[in-house]
Design a protein around this ligand. Structure first.
Ligand code: F3S
Length: 386
């Protein structure tokens, strides 16, 4: 590939991977079984990103391994009905075309593991969406660094990644012990915990003790929040995540997370009072989360917009189950493909957004100029039910 036998695009991308490997002291390249590419929304990459992707696609770039895509900045089918701006949509669709030409699956989700890209324990992958990186490393035991958009794309086009960082056993050890004494019930509690710990541990690896039970949805909320307030790409939860039993937290610095810290995290994430819209599904909602929302909204009526963001494949399953109908019957929307943060909601008249996600609450003020109401789903719905 480096000698140009696979064409100029592959050669250029392989050089990028070699450079990355040199910087981080990698001993060799390793095969990756899947790639997940971020940097999809026109809002994030703008015209320079679009031009870069179109140039690659026009030069014949094709992925060598199964590759899935992060959310774009709008629902790819219902964008007009939902009020997304025309000029934005035009550019976003051009971006999607470029990715499609390269052979990338149009999954458009930050939860690829829920819709067919599910790595096995120990598998080497190159993913770039930070919440998905955290889930793959921590909950599934797969191995990926937190790739940038270009390095993930290079891995997809070459089928390899440099062997460094979280691909190595010794780099997966915990760096901080977190003793959790607070009672965690809702997904938002896990988001608040993640927000608090991410700020302290930064790009380290926390080891949690004291979390008695955590559902898949709660683990995705926890990882997403830590990846946003810090740069956590891997965490361990005693008795829950697969590599925790291989690790010892003895001798690590210890922090405590009790009811006081939980309350403080909620207080910090709340910057608004009266939401214009409630947006759930960050990271993208599972079928279970959509079913729960449908049962809460069945027969009710909403006075403000409520969106639940999810992958298109999940929306289709929810639709066949009659869940979308129940949510829409109350005036809510199941919004596919896109997400709270990468969509241009600030251009759509919204100033205060309510969320149950620690990640979204952390990013919305900066990326979308939103005041934020952060709470669990029941409390958020109480504010917007007629
Ligand atoms: Fe996914 Fe967007 Fe949240 S990419 S994790 S829904 S900020």
């Amino acid at each position: 590939m480096l000698a140009g036998e696979h064409g100029e695009v592959v050669e250029r991308n392989f050089r990028l991977l070699v450079r990355l490997g040199e910087i981080y002291g990698a001993d060799r390249m390793i095969h990756v079984d899947s790639v997940q590419v971020a940097g999809v929304s026109y809002k994030s990459i703008g015209d320079p990103g679009l031009e870069f992707l179109e140039d690659m696609a026009n030069r014949g770039a094709k992925v060598k391994v199964p590759t899935t895509l992060n959310p774009p900045g709008m629902d790819l089918l219902d964008w007009r009905e939902l009020g997304f701006p025309e000029d934005f949509a035009e550019k976003q669709l051009q971006i999607m075309d470029a990715f499609k030409k390269m052979g990338i699956a149009m999954t458009a989700t930050c939860t690829p593991y829920l819709v067919g890209n599910m790595p096995r324990f120990g598998e080497h992958i190159a993913w770039s969406e930070s919440s998905a990186v955290s889930f793959a490393n921590s909950v599934l035991g797969a191995r990926t660094n937190r790739e940038g958009g270009p390095s993930a794309l290079a891995a997809a086009l070459c089928g390899v990644t440099p062997n460094y960082g979280l691909h190595l056993d010794e780099k997966r050890k915990p760096t901080l012990l977190v003793k959790v004494n607070a009672e965690l019930n809702d997904n938002s509690d896990f988001g608040a915990l993640g927000y608090h710990v991410g700020k302290i541990v930064k790009d380290g690896i926390p080891y949690f003790k004291g979390i008695k039970k955590a559902e898949l949805e709660q683990l995705k909320a926890l990882g997403a929040a830590m990846a946003a307030s810090g740069a956590v790409a891997l965490y361990h939860v005693e008795g829950i995540t697969p590599e925790a039993r291989l690790m010892s937290p003895n001798g690590l610095e210890v922090i405590e997370f009790g009811e006081k810290e939980l309350k403080e995290a909620y207080a910090k994430l709340n910057t608004g009072e009266s939401p214009d819209i409630v947006i759930l599904g960050c990271p993208h909602a599972s079928l279970k989360e959509i079913a729960e929302l449908a049962s809460k909204l069945e027969g009710k009526s909403l006075k403000k917009p409520v969106w639940i963001c999810t992958a298109r494949a999940t929306k289709e399953a929810a639709s066949k189950m009659g869940l979308v109908e129940k949510i829409e019957g109350a005036g809510g929307k199941v919004v596919a493909d896109t997400c709270t943060v990468v969509s241009p909601i600030e251009r759509m008249g919204f100033k205060c957004t309510a969320v149950n996600s620690g990640k979204a609450a952390n990013y919305l003020p900066g990326f979308c100029k939103q005041a934020v109401v952060f709470n669990n789903v029941d409390e958020l719905l109480r504010k917007v039910l007629a």
